[in-house]
Every structure is written in C-alpha cells, then in structure tokens.
Ligand binder design. Structure first.
Ligand SMILES: [Zn+2]
Length: 392
C-alpha cells in the first residue's frame, strides 16, 4: 500500500485553473486548503432499502450529482423502474436531496427494446445505459450475452445521444482475471467503437495501461472513469500480510505499472478521464466470507482519496477539472455552481459504518481505522446546478 508518508510535509502549490466551461475558479492555496467546483461522481452504487439510507448521505455530502448504477436485484431495466428508484433515493436523502441530484441509468439485457431507450431519454432523468457483460461482476447475471444482440438498442442510443456505460471485462472463463480488461478492449470494445462512431461510450473504472492508451487514442466520443482505489493501490494491497477482502473489487486491482499508467493519465489533465468512484458497499459479512463480494466502499472519503492520489503525482491543479468539468462536459451537463473545500488535516477513518437492520451489520470502508491527510470542510456552499442536457 502506498500513500504519502507525511501528508503535512508537502506544500500545496497547485495553481488556479480555468476551463471554458468554468463558472467557479479553482484555487489551491498555500495555507493548506484546496477549493474546487462542487464535483460529480460519474459512477456510484447506492443500493436500495436500508443500505441506500446508510450510504446515500455520504455521496450527497460531497457530490452535487452522481451517475447511479442500475445493478439492483432485480436490475433497473425500464425507465419506469429508474424513476421509481430515483424517488427512493430522494426520499432516503430527505432534506439533503435539495443539494444532490441522482442521474439515473438503465441496465441493458439481451431483451432491452429500442423503445425503452426512447422512453428513458424522454424522461429527462436518465443519462446512460449500462452494459454489463453477463457474469462480469456483482448482480450482472442478467447482463448482455453478446453485443450483437443489442444492435438496435445501440443504434437508438446513438440517435438519442444516450451514453453507453461499459463494464469492460471479458467474461470467457479461459481469460485470466488480470487480463480481462485488455482482452475486452481488443475483442469487443475496439470493434464496437469502429462500428458505431456516433455512440458516446464511457469505459468505466479503467485499470490498465492498455485502457489508458486505448481511450487516449480513441475519438472524442470515448471517455473513461477512474476510481480512487485504482489510483492508490495495486494488487499487492490484496495480499499485504494476509488476504484483504476489502481491497477486492472488479475489475481487480492490477500490477504496479498499470497503476502508474492511471496516475500518468490523470496528470495529463486529458478531458477523456473523469471521476467515477465505483463506490460499492457490501455488508461486512458478505465481504469477509468464503466467497466474498467484489467492491470497495469509498464514498465516505471519496474526494479526500482522490486528492491524495493527485497530490502523489503533483497534479492537485488537475483535480478540479477531473472531478467537476470533464464528466459534466462529456454528458452534456452544465457545470455545478458552488464549491467544495478540502483542508489539510490528518484524521482517522471510522472502523465501520452501520448498514441498517435488514443488512444486519456493518460496512467496512476503504482505509478503515487508518489516516487520511485531507478532510472536506463540512460547510458546503452553493447548490448543484439543475442537471440538463445542452442541446445535443
Ligand atoms: Zn460499478
């Protein structure tokens, strides 16, 4: 595990950055604070029921908007289900929902109809559709068995300007778990991009040098999210002194050189990469089990963890655009009003969070019981802008 040895030993020198879309100036001061435009999480799992009540406030505390993944059980496959889920999220947040907007998604299956895509777009509340290759990850059994089966759906998505969000891993059992992303890119993604130049595609939670290179070389309709945990940890973290289930996620953590490629990607400031935590809560009992679930929980300290990663490569000046501009621009959303301020202040992450009665237990966050060097100032300013498409 790598993290700054002494977070107070370095001085923040990141300069103010602006983009053509910016409505708020980003400032990193030398006094140990960093102020960014209020960010968006472009990939999060909020779950449902008691777990939703437990985790949604963590996301809403930091982010103005979030692209909410649809892999509930059963999955969100229709516009109607997505709107109902949205209402449950708003209800779970109570008054905090005034400053947070959930951006909903559909879960694609072999049976998804093009008409459902049109219905989804027409709601004005649904911002993408997720492609889970069948069997790739948590609750993905109902996913798409072959891209060829959803040709009509993809055509309609391109026409409607609805982005395709991809869990990019090959599911052929013969492919080594550490090679699944690279193989997916070669066998499935490259031909798809070639075939559908008008389809907006987000390769979610990229983990490899191959993915970084592919996205950088791809046309502007292709972008990627990067998680904080894939920036901060490589696969050694899974086995440090014993098996560490809370570092197990999919796509799995990769070799050191792949993590370095992700860090180089964020340090370029390329608009093709943006923030998506893939924060994925599971009860402790399902993580610490003979067949444990995949997923790291990072929503409790998402922006702090990203700040640590950006600082490690002297790129704190790139955090604002990564967290609040690149994703909004790609999705055709206006940028958020208001700011979020991080303070350089060492503090300890709680050992666990309660997950509510029906989940019977606790949620173990990433870095439980360990120290973080940045802390979000709890006094937020401003409100999320109303999420809307620019004329596309
Ligand atoms: Zn995910």
């Amino acid at each position: 595990m790598e993290r700054p040895k002494n977070p107070t030993a370095t001085t923040t020198t990141a300069q103010a950055t602006t983009t053509t879309q910016a409505t708020t100036t980003t400032q990193a001061t030398t006094s140990g604070t960093l102020t960014i435009t209020r960010p968006d999480d472009m990939h999060v799992h909020l779950r449902d029921d008691d777990a939703l009540l437990a985790v949604a406030p963590h996301t809403a505390r930091q982010f103005a908007r979030a692209i909410v993944m649809p892999n509930l059980k059963p999955p969100i496959t229709t516009a109607e289900q997505a709107l109902a889920y949205r209402s449950r999220i708003v209800r779970a947040l109570g008054p905090s929902s005034a400053t947070f907007e959930p951006l909903m998604t559909l879960y694609l299956t072999d049976r998804t109809e093009p008409a459902e895509i049109k219905r989804a777009k027409a709601t004005g509340r649904i911002y993408g559709a997720k492609l889970y290759p069948a069997g790739a990850t948590t609750h993905s059994d109902a996913g798409v068995t072959s891209i060829a089966r959803i040709g009509g759906v993809l055509e309609t998505m391109a026409e409607e300007g609805l982005p395709l969000l991809i869990h990019g891993e090959a599911t052929d059992p013969d492919v080594d778990v550490f090679d699944r992303e690279a193989v997916f890119i070669e066998r499935t993604l490259a031909p798809l991009i070639e075939e559908r130049p008008n389809l907006k595609v987000v390769l979610e939670h990229i983990t490899t040098a191959q993915a970084v290179d592919f996205v950088l070389a791809a046309p502007p309709n292709v972008a990627a999210t990067i998680t904080a945990h894939h920036l901060l940890y490589d696969r050694n973290a899974l086995f440090r002194g014993g098996l560490r289930p809370h570092y197990y996620c999919l796509p799995v953590l990769k070799r050191h050189r792949h993590r370095q490629a992700l860090l180089r990607a964020i340090a370029t400031g390329s608009s093709k990469f943006f923030l998506g935590t893939d924060s994925a809560p599971h009860p402790q009992s399902q993580k610490e089990a003979s067949c444990g679930c995949a997923g790291c929980y990072t929503a409790h300290a998402a922006i702090e963890l990203y700040a640590e990663a950006f600082e490690a490569v002297s790129a704190l000046d790139k955090l604002d655009a990564f967290a609040s501009a690149h994703g909004a621009n790609f999705y055709g959303l206006s940028r958020n009003q208001g700011t979020l301020t991080l303070r350089r202040e060492a503090h300890t992450v709680p050992n666990s969070f309660p997950l509510g009665p029906s989940n019977q237990g606790s949620l173990i966050p990433l870095r439980a019981g360990e120290t973080l060097g940045w802390r979000v100032d709890t006094t937020l300013t401003g409100h999320p802008s109303h999420a809307r498409y620019r004329s596309a």
